[in-house]
Design a protein around this ligand. Structure first.
Ligand code: 5GP
Ligand code: MN
Length: 349
């Protein structure tokens, strides 16, 4: 038996929308990760199995190649590629599920269409501080992934039987990727109860791991080597580390979307590093990824210095300016935040 986390009235309200709605759009955040795609496609397979034949996943922009094996990925509409079509779907939707994001800002150019839509909006998410733009807001930051919440939502509607193998594979992928393959945010026993149910649905979890984590190019691995050897700066006093990468360097290694996935975690394997930041140049801005182990709140750091947010141990933000300026902001932040003075910073055993 799994604990009832999501409030009953939210389940009942959303269940009514599911029963009565004919057209559904599922939206998720910009630069979708495994949990974004996994939760969205998981819900998509459920709604399809329920008998809804007008269900579309809409994402703001493209997602990495290593998620392009997931059942249903070809049906995903990318707003950046097909803006008019995506916006029409949103306008026409009876129900809009907003998955894995807490505020319209996180869907960037999709935001105006989603906020203006007449359909009923339902948020399913695990980020802190949800904005008030949905009729039903299921926001549970203690959950390890939105995909886990989708599983719980379906079960609580009494429709566990409609979770098929495709749905289970997508949900599992999101749970796996948002916990770094169950290496953080993953101590709640019920996660494994859910995984056990997903395996009973026929998924091959070992194969899913390989499909997501072991399908990179040679040049990506060489870029990782380059980054570690040449581009990693360690700040021993602050128990911190920084990696930077320019567009020129990424081009040198034939960068494709997703190639820098996981780079930010690498310095955390150093015994004394509890806070790691990856600053990467993008087309018209600089992207910041932050990770920590233990109690260091990198979401606060992201919000204070990089107009971002996220989870305590995994967050992100943006910077409009040069790479060098972003590094200067980071280093200033490091001084001000002074992690040395934060007792909580020590790595937990
Ligand atoms: P990543 O480093 O993988 O891009 O992002 C890690 C987490 O940080 C995401 O799951 C998301 O919760 C959060 N995040 C990333 N970028 C941003 C951002 O620009 N703004 C906010 N508020 N959160 C972000
Ligand atoms: Mn997530």
């Amino acid at each position: 038996m799994i604990t009832k986390i999501i409030h009953e009235e939210k389940i009942q309200k959303a269940k009514k929308y599911v029963e009565k709605g004919e057209s559904f759009v599922i939206v998720t955040h910009v630069t979708p990760d495994g949990d974004a795609i996994g939760s969205a496609l998981g819900l998509y397979h459920f709604l399809t199995a329920y008998g809804k034949d007008n269900v579309t996943v809409v994402v703001p922009n493209d997602f990495p190649q290593f998620y392009k094996w997931m059942p249903g990925h070809k049906e995903i509409v990318i707003h950046e590629k097909y803006p008019d079509f995506a916006e029409q779907l949103i306008r026409d939707a009876d129900v809009l599920f907003c998955l894995d994001f807490n505020e319209p800002k996180r869907i960037e150019k999709l935001a105006p269409a989603v906020v203006a839509a007449e359909g009923r909006r339902v948020m399913i998410d695990h980020h802190l501080n949800p904005a008030d733009f949905c009729r039903v807001t299921m926001s549970y930051p203690e959950m390890s992934s939105t995909s886990e919440m989708v599983f719980r939502f379906i079960c609580r509607m009494g429709m566990f039987d409609l979770i098929n193998k495709d749905c289970a594979a997508c949900i599992y992928t999101g749970m796996m990727t948002d916990t770094g393959s169950f290496t953080y945010n993953s101590n709640k026993p019920e996660i494994y109860t859910i995984i056990s149910e997903l395996i009973k649905k026929g998924i091959d979890k070992d194969l899913i791991y390989r499909k997501v984590n072991q399908v990179y190019s040679e040049s990506r691995l060489r870029m990782m080597g380059y980054v570690l050897y040449e581009k990693m700066k360690v700040y021993p006093e602050q128990h911190a580390a920084l990696i930077t990468l320019s567009l020129e360097e990424m081009n040198r290694f034939h960068y494709v979307t997703g190639d820098t996935e996981g780079f930010v975690n690498l310095p955390l394997s150093i015994e004394n590093v509890a806070f790691s930041v990856f600053i990467r140049e993008d087309k018209d801005y600089v992207k910041i990824s932050l990770r920590s182990v233990g109690d260091f709140p990198c979401n606060q750091f992201a919000s204070r210095y990089f107009n971002g947010g996220g989870h305590k141990n995994a967050s992100g933000g943006e910077f409009y300016g040069s790479l060098a300026d972003a590094v200067a902001v980071f280093e200033k932040g490091l001084e001000e935040f002074n992690p040395n003075k934060t007792e909580d910073l020590d790595k937990h055993d």
